[in-house]
Design a protein around this ligand. Structure first.
Ligand code: UD1
Ligand code: UDP
Length: 352
């Protein structure tokens, strides 16, 4: 079977690291990188460190408005789909690359498989929510990571070909955690101590593109009195400069890091403060208290389990959680058994 996988943004490289090599054991895979993320440390570092197969195509679409970016991807994908004649298109998550990959396949009547299907924030102002709903409704195979995702799909009338396989990011986490232990020296390089700093990421459009929300977040981090390590997403860096916001000395701002360094930073952090989807899950995998600077989350099981607290961008709530939030419960198994990728490939092969 010939499968075209479309990826383009940082978390998709990590998901592909768990899945691509398994696809290739018995199938032909053509890997397309849309070029949505392109900086060395937002793209190439993941391919090098995680042994992701080299993309067969890079569409080099770069940054831009949603229409421009998605439209440019569609134009270029159509040409490749026509030439490669795949049996199936595989996409991950909820980015513009996800929607473009799926939409182009659907228009050309090529079956689409969506990994990380069924997630919902119920906030249609998020580009990700639009992308994931549209992608789910045009996909033939819906691979969901959690039970709530099955229910979300059911409410939208999607019950056929829905498979709860667990989360491919959990697969990646298990696999690369050992490697991170051996290869990453970021803790020493940054002069950090185990459990004595907070790891933070900020990149969600709703937080960066709104000066008040971003200001509240930075105010809370600046006033926390804690050592905070912040690998800064280029989007956030840009808006910090535009809004003339400044970090205080307790915040160690670093460039975005590769996945092995990121896992190591997560492993040794006391707490994690984030607006990232992937990082919320990894906090759970690593048994770290997670403070989520969003109004809602798609990963509700992490909140129900008591390991994640939703604080929006209220400075006082962020500060309070940094000091006082400690999970009380043992963790339930939410994200599967770490074999999501094999299950996906197996299901596709048997049901195609
Ligand atoms: C995208 C996804 C988001 C995902 C995130 C993962 C969409 C709509 N959003 O958000 O769901 O959580 O990726 O990180 O698809 N930039 C660079 N260099 C890069 C990449 C981006 O400088 O390599 C800067 C550009 O100024 C760009 C901005 O970051 O305009 C935003 O990039 P974009 O890919 O549009 O959105 P993300 O915020 O990265
Ligand atoms: N990540 C990384 N380096 C960083 C920040 C994040 O490797 O500097 C990883 C993180 O561990 C997770 C993924 O990128 O696996 C999450 O991506 P991001 O937060 O950009 O997007 P989201 O998951 O919110 O879509």
């Amino acid at each position: 079977m010939k499968i075209i996988t479309v990826i383009g943004a940082r978390p998709q490289f990590i998901k592909a690291a768990a899945v691509s090599n398994i696809i290739r054991e018995q199938n032909e895979e053509v890997l397309i990188h849309t070029g949505q993320h392109y900086d060395e440390n937002m793209s190439r570092i993941f391919f090098d460190e995680l042994q992701i197969p080299k993309p067969d195509y890079n569409l080099c679409v770069g940054s831009g408005g949603h229409g421009t970016q998605t439209g440019n991807m569609l134009i270029k994908l159509e040409e490749i789909y026509l030439k490669e004649k795949p049996d199936m298109i595989l996409v991950y998550g909820d980015t513009n690359s996800t929607l473009a990959g799926a939409l182009c396949g659907s228009k050309m009547l090529i079956p689409v498989a969506h990994i990380e299907a069924g997630l919902r924030s119920f906030n249609m102002t998020m580009p990700e929510e639009q992308n994931r709903i549209l992608t789910d409704h045009i996909s033939k195979f819906l691979f969901v990571p959690t039970i709530s995702a099955i229910n979300n799909l059911k409410k939208e009338g999607l019950e056929k070909n829905v498979y709860n396989v667990g989360d491919v990011m959990f697969d990646a986490n298990i696999h690369f955690r050992k490697k991170a232990e051996q290869k990453s020296n970021i803790i020493d390089t940054l002069g950090l101590y185990h459990n004595e700093y907070i790891l933070t990421t900020i990149h969600r459009a709703e937080n960066t593109n709104d000066i008040n929300r971003l200001k509240n977040i930075i105010t809370a981090l600046n006033n926390s009195g804690k050592t905070i390590v912040l690998p800064l997403h280029p989007r956030t860096k840009r808006y910090m400069a535009d809004y003339n916001l400044k970090f205080m000395d307790n915040i160690k701002v670093i460039e975005p890091v590769g996945y092995l360094d990121m896992i190591s930073l997560e492993e040794h952090a006391a707490k994690i403060v984030t607006d990232s989807g992937g990082v919320q899950k990894e906090a759970f995998f690593m048994k770290k208290p997670c403070i989520t600077m969003r109004d809602e989350t798609e990963w509700i099981e992490t909140v129900e389990n008591g390991w994640n607290t939703i604080v929006s961008t209220d400075s006082n709530k962020i500060l309070d959680a940094i000091i006082n939030f400690f999970p009380k419960n043992n963790q339930n198994n939410i994200f599967g058994d770490g074999n999501a990728a094999s299950k996906i490939v197996d299901i596709i092969s048997k049901n195609f």
